[in-house]
Design a protein around this ligand. Structure first.
Ligand SMILES: [Mg+2]
Length: 155
């Protein structure tokens, strides 16, 4: 949050933009930053690539949260279990609100299906799970990670 000189939040978009510009000008002056427009364009491309990667990671991790939540609820139903901890439920609700604020449901569902495809690819060549001694499911030789690049390639 950007604050004014008195510590109050700056609300107007124009004021916020102006405050951000002032900060960046301060940075550019302090570091005697390059005046080469091509370098700045390159920096924009680099930062956008990092943004794309972060967005894909965010959606992947949220899909993972939904995956283990569904797994937990199914397990509780089958063998009996505690109600979902209130704090966990609240955190999932908040994460869900964040993701649905920028991601259409169709994209969210397609990402979930891709995470599922990747999880299923952990099966061994005999179609059976590969397990560690303590029961954790390991990745089989046909495993391929979820590819969520479609989220950002069309933006
Ligand atoms: Mg994960």
């Amino acid at each position: 949050m950007i604050l004014d000189q008195d510590g109050n939040p700056i609300q107007s978009p124009a004021d916020r933009e102006s405050a951000a510009y002032t900060m960046v000008r301060e940075f550019r002056q302090a570091f005697d930053a390059s005046k080469d427009p091509a370098l700045w364009a390159k920096l924009i491309r680099e930062e956008l690539a990092e943004f794309d990667e972060a967005l894909q990671n965010l959606v992947k991790e949220f899909s993972d949260v939904k995956y283990v939540l569904a797994g937990a609820l199914q397990t509780y139903e089958e063998v009996g279990g505690p109600d979902l901890d209130e704090t966990l439920a609240k955190r999932i609700e908040i994460a869900s609100a964040i993701v649905s604020s920028f991601l259409p449901e169709l994209v969210e569902d397609t990402a979930f299906a891709e995470v599922h495809r990747s999880n299923m690819s952990k099966l061994g060549p005999d179609g059976k799970p590969v397990r560690r001694e303590d029961g954790k499911i390991l990745k089989g030789p046909n495993y391929s990670p979820a590819d969520l690049t479609f989220i950002t390639t069309n933006v």
